[in-house]
Write a protein that binds this ligand. Structure first.
Ligand code: NAD
Length: 495
């Protein structure tokens, strides 16, 4: 791992390009408009970003459609398409330090997390998905003699992907790798708060051999570029990761336009159940702290609601506050930093507001508290734990997307399940118990797309990621991700 000084030197040496990437080259927005990208740790301007809108969307989607129809990517032999995406994975690996620095500067995530999680996960996602391309077969249905029915998977056409800022590169990879692998053309609109790594990825995709027009990146705001993409009649699939509020709007846009398929990975308020038969309370507390304070709590699967069983509450809370004290906000380019700044001042205000409301509604502050902002010094929040919380409180119900943890109490297993499920969200959940039967029983009853037992947040490209209820419908990663970007075709032949 590089030293703090080496990461800083690398960050200062990069030439940052904020132009749109359309049809294989960088371009200014048609309007010529730009907006600044701000480093949330220093509040310094990083680059001017092209502010794309309807005109750029029309050009990019048209290029993507022509490229799709030409067959240059959609009809490339599977083995060749695989090799191009494997080459792209190799190129990302060759530039791994650059990618790590880009996201750290753009949205404040600690460099150590970029190196340990986001970059290797992105490389693995491209490699694993590329390898699937020439290993997935069609089917012959068991029809009567004299007939033959072939079932095949076909690319859908133009896929639009709209992604968030909290894992900028990794969220892009989870959409773009399977969409390209299936033979589609992609138009990506990354978050306006962190789009530099997506633009660099597009450049490398061209170098790897992805044909011009097959992968386009349009930076811009949600209500302009994002909305125009979601309403476009030549976009066939819309894959989204972001808030539940915007997810709902995208479903409406699809209905108002061409009924494009919409896959949604939305918000969360994941519960963390600590049972009194948990055999390592210290380990449970340490992971529970990481489950809310890593990436400053800007994690969709953050376990922001802890339910601890009455008998072990005092012991668990003591271990939890001790673990929380190890999270120290600091310069995210320092490899020893485990918590960076919030992405912007609006997110910092949100954190402040929810801490105030949690305390006003009767919570007890165990550590942290309201952020102390110093102008020009970054948007840093403190790891905050509020105990004596319950499901009626606003900060327990709503997604905060920051380092604010609610600690509630339960008495029985039934009550724990009821409290965990008492939420509009259903993304992830964690359970701590040494009782195998309880682990299975509770996992089955929890309404969420993912459950972790005696751990949190683990997973790799082989397993699906996504939620139920207001947390969304689609799944990223695994073979199931490819289903989102393909059509099933049935050809019935009379012999
Ligand atoms: P957001 O919904 O504000 O923005 C997400 C993307 O949607 C951005 O690119 C934005 O520009 C775009 N957008 C905004 N308004 C739009 C509109 N009207 N039309 C089209 N596009 C629009 O979310 P965010 O703040 O970037 O990310 C945080 C949210 O993402 C949290 O709720 C978090 O839980 C969620 N998230 C979910 C997952 C998951 O896998 N379920 C993963 C990461 C983040």
């Amino acid at each position: 791992m590089k030293s703090h000084a080496e990461w800083k030197a690398l960050s200062e040496s990069l030439i940052l390009n904020g132009q749109a990437y359309i049809n294989g080259s960088f371009q200014a927005a048609v309007s010529g408009e730009t907006f600044p990208s701000i480093n949330p740790a220093t509040e310094a301007k990083l680059a001017d970003i092209a502010s794309c809108d309807q005109a750029d969307v029309d050009i990019a989607v048209d290029n993507a459609l022509q490229t799709f129809r030409s067959g240059v990517w959609s009809e490339m032999a599977p083995k060749e398409r695989k090799n191009v995406l494997l080459k792209l994975a190799d190129l990302i690996e060759q530039h791994q330090d650059e990618f790590a620095v880009l996201d750290t500067m753009d949205m404040g995530k600690s460099i150590s997390e970029m190196v340990a999680i986001d970059v290797p996960d992105t490389i693995d996602c491209f490699r694993w998905t590329a390898e699937c391309i020439d290993k997935i077969y069609g089917e012959i249905a068991p029809t009567a003699p004299g007939t033959m029915a072939l079932i095949s998977h076909e690319p859908v056409g133009v896929v639009a992907a709209i992604t968030p800022w909290n894992y900028p590169l990794m969220m892009v990879a989870w959409k773009v790798a399977p969409a390209l692998a299936a033979g589609n053309s992609v138009v990506l609109k990354p978050s306006e708060k962190a789009c530099l790594s997506a633009l660099r990825l597009a450049e490398l995709a061209t170098e790897a051999g992805v044909p011009d027009g097959a992968f386009n990146v349009l930076p811009g705001f949600g209500h302009t570029a994002g909305k125009a993409l979601a309403l476009h009649h030549d976009v066939h699939v819309l894959a989204f990761t972001g808030s539940t509020r915007v997810a709902g709007m995208l479903m409406e846009y699809a209905g108002q336009s061409n009924m494009k398929r919409v896959w949604l990975e939305a918000g969360g308020k994941s519960p963390n159940l600590i049972f009194d038969d948990c055999d390592d309370i210290k380990a449970a507390a340490a992971t529970s702290a990481a489950a809310i304070f890593s990436n400053q709590g800007e994690v969709c699967i953050a376990c922001s609601r802890i339910y601890v069983q009455k008998g072990i509450k005092e012991e668990f809370i003591a271990a939890l506050t001790e673990a929380a004290a190890r999270f120290l906000p600091g310069d995210p380019l320092d490899p020893n930093t485990n918590m960076g700044p919030m992405v912007d001042s609006a997110q910092l205000d949100t954190v402040r507001r929810y801490i105030q409301s949690g305390l006003e509604e009767g919570g007890t502050l165990l550590c942290g508290g309201e952020p102390e902002y110093v102008e020009g010094k970054g948007f840093f929040a403190k790891p905050t734990i509020i105990a004596d919380a319950n499901n009626k409180m606003t900060f327990v119900k709503e997604e905060i997307f920051g380092p604010v943890l609610a600690v509630c109490e339960f008495e029985s297993e039934e009550e724990a399940i009821e409290l965990a499920n008492d939420s509009q969200y259903g993304l992830g959940a964690a359970i701590w118990t040494s009782n195998l039967s309880r682990a299975h029983r509770v996992s089955r009853k929890i309404q969420s797309g993912m459950v972790w037992v005696n751990t949190w947040g683990e997973g790799d490209t082989t397993v699906p990621f996504g939620g139920v209820k207001a947390s969304g419908n689609g799944r990223d990663k695994s073979l199931h991700a490819l289903e989102k970007y393909t059509e099933l075709k049935n050809v019935w032949i009379r012999l």
